[in-house]
Design a protein around this ligand. Structure first.
Ligand SMILES: Cc1cc2nc3c(=O)[nH]c(=O)nc-3n(C[C@H](O)[C@H](O)[C@H](O)COP(=O)(O)OP(=O)(O)OC[C@H]3O[C@@H](n4cnc5c(N)ncnc54)[C@H](O)[C@@H]3O)c2cc1C
Length: 641
């Protein structure tokens, strides 16, 4: 029977909400049209040294106060009142303080001189964009987790990215030495699958099972416990046991065409012999990795994500990777790529964290009051949503909203390191073709919710590192331990509080509609969800999964941080949904063209959702400005950190 909110502990006093000041619009002397700021402003006026957003819990990611101005502009077509001109003039204004925006500032100083005056404007209350640090102190010792980008996909790094990391002091080998994290597959505890009572009629946790690895003597016994029809169970058992080439006699090109032209779940039904019900169990396996269900991805794409198929192509193994660690070859900081963002900020504004470097960045305390000082050549201004960027008087003018006031600064150059879909609203004068190309970019919504538990005893008793949850909002959950790098330690053997990560995306109402419409629908659903919806979901899952091991859902949840990302992964082109464009004519290539003194960065500019792409695109954007200028004012100067 469904538990009441009380039984789930929803009334317990945990750290769960954003600290919202009760600021009335009038008290701020706002000059914006009514409604532009939305329901709430996040805390901003804390006294110096106290402003420290990484410890904020509740609804984070795209938090209240961060998106209302942009939505008023883009969705409701609001017009800004005339801006107040600030007496500030810069060489460069960067829109967006994510990895790409921060790297842009870094490269600009290298190419145009370390004394360049730079302003970075960021709409959130923290810098880093998706590189979001979640820091918990509720159980005593500090526990870290990541609220967005986590993996350094080092085998894919360009020379530029390697050089940048070198300059920041990041040593991938050292990161790998301290890295013992396997996305819910170990090293302590096994993977598992959790069927929940609301979706499947009963709670069933099947220890040791993984769709990716699906093997071993006990596989059939495990599948026998799946709360699905007998037909589905039998089809799954046969699927894992088969070893044949279903495309015998076809050429490589023919096979490749088939694999790129059919969805993974379609393949499972047509060639894998799975029932509809059994194939649907796989849908969410790709949610966190792609932001798209396996019913909207081609077989070729799902092979890349390590899903089983090879046994039907004539190979003995199920998947190319042959194991269950979906992370692949990656390195990691304990707060994910927030450490890269922090290293970049420190390189740009050393006063924020004197003495910090790549070996201690995870435990460095940042002084946010130093981010925006008039005496510093680089300034980073938070809670500032840009509403207009224009080429003007041989340079650019940039208007933004901060604390309800519309302000304007001048600069020689501007780089838009924000989402591409907002650019047509910021720069209405751009060529129509370029604006349409930018609108093609519909980011994939994602959710990454961190829940701090008092300890991991129930996980340990059940011997699970994490679980795949095919019926729930978050497709997978994992214990976050074993990323012992950059000065931080939290071993698998350690007692005490542990962050549990809930990872996934919102399934669209209808997966047959065009993919970018699916993303828009998921985004609307995500934004409509309240914090209580998330909390109820999390508690229901934890209770159903762990109560047999003595887990008390009312007592053991210490804090919840929901990192919701309605604009999550960059839209990269998909086999089933996008045409092949002629060279130079793909939407992202048109979208990122230089427009006067305004260049364009962000991972959107590479049509590829990775941290290293965000860096590469920053490098290109600064290069675009440089090629327009001619010779760099000061060539490739090393920025001293
Ligand atoms: C949950 C999640 C997990 C991920 N995991 C990985 C991973 O493991 N590895 C990996 O390589 N990549 C990962 N990514 C991809 C991630 O997007 C990139 O790694 C990278 O962080 C993108 O950086 P960016 O600067 O291009 O964009 P963003 O991080 O989105 O930064 C852009 C910033 O601009 C701001 N902005 C937008 N409009 C305005 C405006 N009008 N005014 C002011 N500011 C504005 C945005 O709010 C944002 O803060 C993940 C993404 C998500 C969401």
């Amino acid at each position: 029977m469904k538990k009441s909110d009380r039984q789930l502990g929803m009334d317990r006093d945990i750290t769960r909400r954003d600290f919202i000041h009760d600021l009335s619009l009038a008290s701020l002397g706002l000059t914006l049209p009514a409604g532009v700021l939305g329901e709430a402003l996040s805390e901003n006026m804390e006294s110096a040294g106290k402003y420290y957003p990484p410890t904020r819990t509740g609804m984070r990611g795209s938090h209240s106060g961060a998106f209302e101005v942009a939505h008023a502009l883009a969705r409701e077509g609001e017009k800004f009142p005339d801006p107040e001109d600030l007496d500030e003039e810069y060489d460069l204004v960067v829109v967006g303080g994510g990895i790409s925006g921060l790297a842009t500032a870094y490269y600009y100083r290298k190419q145009f001189g370390a004394d360049s005056r730079i302003l970075i404007l960021e709409n959130h209350d923290d810098f880093g964009g998706h590189a979001k640090r979640n820091e918990f102190h509720q159980g005593g010792e500090m526990r870290l987790s990541w609220g967005g980008t986590m993996n350094l996909e080092y085998p894919m790094f360009s020379n530029n990215v390697n050089a940048l990391l070198d300059e920041l002091g990041v040593d991938i080998d050292e990161l790998l030495e301290g890295y013992e994290f396997e996305y819910g597959s170990g090293p302590k505890g096994s993977p598992s699958i959790f069927f929940d009572a609301e979706t499947y009629g009963r709670n069933e946790l099947i220890h040791g099972f993984s769709f990716r690895a699906g093997r071993g003597d006990k596989l059939d016994t495990m599948i026998d416990r799946f709360p699905v029809s007998e037909e589905s169970r039998e089809s799954l058992k046969k699927f894992y046991a088969r070893r044949e080439n279903v495309f015998e006699g076809k050429s490589e090109a023919e096979v490749s065409e088939i694999l790129s032209g059919i969805s993974y779940t379609g393949f499972l039904k047509k060639y894998g012999g799975l029932s509809e019900e059994a194939a649907n169990l796989f849908i969410k396996t790709t949610h966190g990795y792609w932001g798209v269900g396996a019913d909207s991805l081609s077989v070729a794409e799902c092979m890349g994500a390590g899903l089983p198929i090879m046994q039907l192509l004539g190979y003995p193994e199920l998947s190319g990777s042959g194991d269950d660690n979906a992370g692949g070859s990656v390195a990691m900081f304990p707060d994910g790529n927030a450490s890269i963002a922090r290293l970049l900020v420190h390189a740009l504004i050393p006063a924020v964290a004197p003495g910090s470097n790549a070996t201690n960045i995870a435990v460095a305390r940042f002084d946010y009051s130093r981010l925006d000082e008039a005496t510093s050549p680089v300034r980073l201004r938070l809670e500032s949503t840009v509403g207009n960027v224009a080429n003007r008087d041989g340079g650019t003018s940039v208007s933004y909203v901060n604390q309800g006031q519309v302000l304007r600064v001048k600069s020689r150059h501007a780089v838009l390191a924000c989402y591409h879909a907002i650019i047509p609203h910021l720069c209405p004068d751009m060529p129509q073709e370029q604006k349409e190309a930018q609108e093609y970019q519909v980011k994939r919504p994602l959710i990454l919710t961190n829940v701090l538990l008092r300890d991991s005893k129930a996980f340990d008793k059940l011997d699970i590192a994490g679980a795949y949850c095919p019926g729930r909002l978050h497709a997978a959950i994992w214990q976050v331990k074993g990323v012992n790098t950059a000065g931080y330690h939290h071993d698998w053997e350690d007692a005490g509080p542990v962050p549990i990560m809930f990872w996934g995306s919102v399934a669209p109402p209808d997966a047959s509609i065009p993919i970018r419409e699916q993303h828009r629908a998921s985004r609307a659903m995500l934004l409509a969800m309240s914090f209580e919806d998330f909390e109820r979901e999390i508690r229901t899952v934890l209770d159903g999964m762990l109560s047999s091991a003595g887990f008390d859902v009312q007592e053991e949840v210490l804090a919840i941080t929901v990192n919701r990302w309605p604009h999550g992964y960059t839209y990269d082109y998909l086999d089933l949904w996008d045409p092949e464009w002629p060279a130079g004519q793909a939407p992202h290539e048109i979208a990122r063209r230089l427009f006067g003194n305004i260049a364009i960065a962000n991972s959107d500019a590479g049509a590829d959702a990775y941290t290293h792409v965000a860096v590469d695109e920053a490098w290109r954007a600064v290069g675009d400005l440089n090629s327009q200028v001619g010779t760099p004012t000061k060539a490739a100067e090393k920025v001293v950190i």
